[in-house]
Design a protein around this ligand. Structure first.
Ligand code: C5P
Length: 224
């Protein structure tokens, strides 16, 4: 069964409440800019103390030495997963892999909020698929463990590479897409081979997030 990762893109009090209420459930908590920049160790330590896996979504994007230092610091925090932009380049990726040890490094290809038009804006005359394939191949050749990708590109990527597939941009039927563009329904993400599904606002923006989490876990467990 794919893992469920909750993107804690919310305020501190709400995050703490969710972490405390969901203890003992098979969940990975993802910390991004919002909580990490303001609360840093206070929130990462709580996640680890409660026995959850910690996903640091800091999307490192810098020169090789700086990326390596970021991975080392993430290791100090006990991170289980850490994102790195593949466009940091192969030297940065190799430095990250050298020091990662138990952290699963996840390469970011094209953000799920971006489309082919954005590539054109960057001056890149390449299809979205080729762009994603090139970056994925680069990351995997450098020893990166997993890829963050849209459920839409997953069948193509799974047919070419062996990797841990992390899929954001997932919604249940009828839910708003918000700023996401390359979105799939949860059933499609599972069918296409997601190893971890990342969901934020579908859980955070409802009256009863716990009920929603139980519904999602039920869906995941019915697709072994
Ligand atoms: O609220 P929603 O479910 O759209 O949140 C998706 C989460 O996944 C956000 O935390 C976002 O930063 C992250 N993410 C993404 N697309 C990527 C990489 C990460 O949406 N390519």
């Amino acid at each position: 069964m794919p893992k469920l990762c909750i993107a804690l893109d919310t305020d501190y009090d709400k995050a703490v409440e969710l972490i405390n209420t969901l203890k003992n459930k098979p969940i990975v908590f993802k910390i991004g800019y919002k909580l990490f920049i303001s609360h840093h160790r206070k929130i990462t330590d709580l996640i680890k103390q409660k026995g959850f896996e910690l996903f640091l979504d800091l999307k490192l994007h810098d020169i090789p030495n700086t990326v390596k230092n970021g991975v080392l610091s993430a290791k100090d925090l006990g991170a289980d997963y850490l994102t790195v932009h593949i466009t940091s380049g192969k030297d940065a990726l190799k430095e990250a892999v050298k020091v990662a040890e138990n952290i699963k490094l996840l390469g970011v290809t094209l953000l799920t909020s971006l489309e082919e038009d954005h590539l054109k804006e960057w001056g890149l005359c390449i299809s979205k698929e080729d762009y994603i394939l090139n970056l994925s191949s680069l990351a995997i050749n450098c020893g990166i463990d997993g890829l963050v990708c849209s459920g839409k590109e997953l069948p193509l990527l799974k047919s070419k590479f062996k990797f841990f597939a992390v899929v954001p941009g997932v919604r249940l039927e009828g839910e708003p897409l918000d700023d996401q563009k390359r979105v799939v329904r949860i059933e499609e993400a599972i069918k296409n081979g997601a190893d971890m599904i990342v969901m934020g606002r579908s859980i955070l923006n409802v009256k009863d997030p716990i009920k929603k989490v139980e519904e999602i876990l039920g869906l995941l467990s019915s697709h072994p």
